[in-house]
Structures are given as structure tokens and as C-alpha cells.
Design a protein around this ligand. Structure first.
Ligand SMILES: *Cc1c(COP(=O)(O)O)cnc(C)c1O
Length: 393
């Protein structure tokens, strides 16, 4: 790679993959790696001061989603929360009834999709509900999929690739009318838009700290009081026995602080980031021909833009941008590398060849107007150069 001034540039537009830690979060965590190392189950002061730290973090997480602190279970992140919710609820339901059916959607994160596929191998039935052209799960088909033995309904709040917000209240009404347990993967919603478990009408809801400026490897599952749920792991009585294991105290403290600060900043950042995103999309559409914004006419979280660029591969765009100092993504981080079109874009009805041109730009609290300008200046060159080389005509 030729050295050039752009090697110095490091612009991060991939906040849906992960975020850095806010300074307040790091500062609050540090003592828990050093002098405050106690086990929160110990009766002595080393333990008790950490018990207090966990309680305080639990209150902040509860406040972010309008829950009671007792309804928050700490886990190792979004993936574990999704597993605990779906496997744990199904198990609890199977114990009391013949319920053995799950309803989910085709556009869920692999943490939900692969969990459902795994449960199918164990003899459970799963219905994968399609979405419409805008990336919104089809309510009519979801209603049709509901059966008398539906135990769990699991649909995400906001899609990780398109940012499209799903009609959670309406799905809740359908799930509740059939007596199914309703789980929502809110990993891409929490910290980006207001999340209120009562307003949404959910029984179980997953969040992950590293998607909103907290540390990796820590998350939470909201469990509405009275919801039947069994643990996936066995061990001690931590987290009401639902998630045994000595608590990750630095992580929990970091998650709590990320929740506290995100809630405070939410109204301001939503508006600011939304303006940046809209400007980025308008600029991209004006400068580069053959761009479609996926999910543009659906409600979306304010930070995410999923664009499909004709006659180029999203992966090539991402790599070229990376050389020029911009971090974006083609598809979701977990499935990239495989040079396959995004299953989310194909579920939205885009032809696989067209969906190959998908890129995702996801903004965060550090991003500025200048960075969006730099991106818009670079975009046309990147695309025209790749189109010259491209076999896709
Ligand atoms: C990132 C993500 C997850 C997984 O969360 P981890 O904490 O990384 O395990 C689950 N669901 C969605 C929608 C995500 O974006």
C-alpha cells in the first residue's frame, strides 16, 4: 500500500458492529480491576462494596428500559441474553404444556436465528416470518404463523443492518392474545432510541453493553415479573439462579454507567446523529448514481444507513474505504468475510446479485459533520474506480 496522507485518517462509521468505551465508563470500571476485586457473594467488606456496585448498575439498566431492578439479569452479552430468553422460555413452557412452536422472523440476528435452528434439530417447530420490501416484518404473516402451541415469539426491535424498527407493540398484542412468551432482541435499539418495556409490551428483552459505549462481554436480559423462564447454565444462585457464575463486576459496572449516560444523552444524540445520517444519505444519493437506501421509507434508528450500490460489490467498497481511512461494513460484522449477499437484503426482496452491493454506515456519538463531508468527497471516487474494474456491468 502506497503511503499517503489518508493512512493517518481513522474515521469510525461502524458503530452497529461495536463501539468504543465512553471515558466515564472506563473511569468507573478501573477500580474494579484493581483494589475492588472482591466476590460480591462474600460477607466481608470486599464483597459487600461490590454487591452495592452491582445493585447500582442494575438500577441504571432498569431505568434505561423502564423496568424494575429485580427484572434485570446480567449475562455475558446479547448472544447469551437471546439464548437464555428463547431456550429458557421454551423449556419453562414445555414443562407445563405441550407448547413446542417458536415464531421468529427471517431478519433476526444469528444469535436468534441459529438458536432457533438449533432448537429445530431438537424437535421444536419454528416459523420464520418474512419481511416486506422495507424490511418490516409482515404482521399478517406473523399472525398466520401463530398456532395453538406457540410458546415463544421472538422479533428484534431494530435491525442491525438496516436500522429498521419493527412493529413491536402490534406483535406484542398478537403474542399476548395467544398466550405466548414475547422476546425482543433490543441490542440495536437500546441507547439509540427510547426503549420502554411496558410501552412495548415485552416479556423478555435483550441488550448488550458494547453496542452503546460499554464494554464487550456484558449484557442483560429483562425478565418481566412472573414470566416463566429456566436457566440454560446450572451452578450457583447468582442472578436469581437464572444466570449462575461469579459476577463480571467491572463489566456490570461499565454496563450500568453506559446505560446511565446513554439515557441522559439520548434525546440530544438521537437528533444530532439523525441529522448526520440524513445528510450522508442525501449526499450519497446526489453524488453517486445507482444507489438505493434499504428501508428508507420505514421507521429507522437514527444512526444506521444501509445502501445498495449498483454494479460493485459491497465488500470491495468496504475494503477500498478502509485503505482510505474509513471503517464501514458490508452486511453485518458476523457474516462478513463470506462474500455472500446479506440475507437481510435478500429477505427484503433484493435480487442476490443486487444485494452484493450492500454497505452499512453506522454513526455514533463521536462522528462529526466534517467526517460526513470527508466520506461524501471520497465515495464517488471509490465507486467509479471499482466500477471501472468490476466484472458486474
Ligand atoms: C450485536 C448483536 C447481538 C449480539 O450481541 P453480543 O453482545 O455481541 O453477543 C445480538 N443481536 C443484535 C441485533 C446485535 O446487533
Amino acid at each position: 500500500m502506497a503511503p499517503d496522507k489518508n493512512r493517518q485518517r481513522r474515521i469510525y462509521f461502524d458503530h452497529n458492529a461495536t463501539t468504543y468505551l465512553r471515558q466515564e465508563v472506563v473511569d468507573l470500571m478501573l477500580p474494579y480491576f484493581r483494589e475492588r476485586f472482591g466476590n460480591a457473594s462474600s460477607l466481608h467488606f470486599f464483597g459487600q462494596e461490590n454487591r452495592d456496585a452491582i445493585d447500582s448498575a442494575r438500577a441504571h439498566v432498569a431505568s434505561l428500559i423502564n423496568a424494575e431492578p429485580e427484572e434485570v439479569i446480567f449475562t455475558s452479552g446479547g448472544t447469551e441474553s437471546d439464548n437464555l430468553a428463547i431456550r429458557g422460555a421454551l423449556r419453562a413452557r414445555r414443562r407445563i404444556s405441550p407448547a413446542n412452536h417458536i415464531v421468529t422472523s427471517l431478519i433476526e440476528h444469528p444469535a436468534v436465528l441459529k438458536t432457533c435452528r438449533d432448537l429445530e434439530e431438537e424437535g421444536c417447530r419454528v416459523s420464520y416470518v418474512p419481511c416486506d420490501r422495507n424490511g418490516v416484518v409482515r404482521l399478517d404473516l406473523l399472525e398466520e404463523a401463530m398456532a395453538s402451541d406457540t410458546a415463544v415469539v421472538s422479533v428484534m426491535l431494530a435491525n442491525n443492518e438496516t436500522g429498521v424498527i419493527q412493529p413491536i407493540r402490534e406483535i406484542s398484542a398478537l403474542a399476548r392474545s395467544r398466550g405466548a412468551t414475547f422476546h425482543v432482541d433490543a441490542v440495536q435499539g437500546a441507547g439509540k432510541i427510547p426503549v420502554d418495556v411496558d410501552d412495548l409490551g415485552v416479556d423478555l428483552l435483550s441488550i448488550s453493553a458494547h453496542k452503546f459505549y460499554g464494554p464487550k462481554g456484558i449484557g442483560a436480559l429483562y425478565v418481566r415479573r412472573g414470566t416463566a423462564l429456566e436457566p440454560v447454565y446450572t451452578g450457583g444462585s447468582h442472578e436469581c439462579g437464572l444466570r449462575p457464575g461469579t459476577e463480571n463486576i467491572p463489566g456490570i459496572v461499565g454496563l450500568g454507567e453506559a446505560a446511565r449516560v446513554s439515557k441522559e444523552d439520548l434525546p440530544r444524540e438521537m437528533e444530532r446523529i439523525g441529522r448526520l445520517r440524513d445528510r450522508l444519505e442525501r449526499g450519497a444519493l446526489a453524488r453517486v448514481d445507482g444507489i438505493v437506501v434499504a428501508g428508507a421509507s420505514a421507521p429507522r434508528v437514527p444512526n444506521t444507513s444501509s445502501m445498495i450500490v449498483a454494479r460493485v460489490e459491497g465488500e470491495a467498497i468496504t475494503l477500498r474505504f478502509s485503505m482510505l481511512g474509513f471503517a464501514i461494513s458490508s452486511g453485518s460484522a458476523c457474516s462478513s468475510g463470506a462474500n455472500e449477499p446479506s440475507y437481510i437484503l435478500t429477505a427484503m426482496g433484493f435480487d442476490p446479485g443486487i444485494a452484493q452491493g450492500g454497505i452499512r454506515v453506522s454513526l455514533g456519538i463521536v462522528n462529526t459533520d466534517e467526517e460526513v463531508d470527508a466520506f461524501l468527497e471520497t465515495f464517488p471516487q471509490v465507486v467509479s474506480r471499482l466500477r471501472e474494474l468490476s466484472p458486474l456491468k
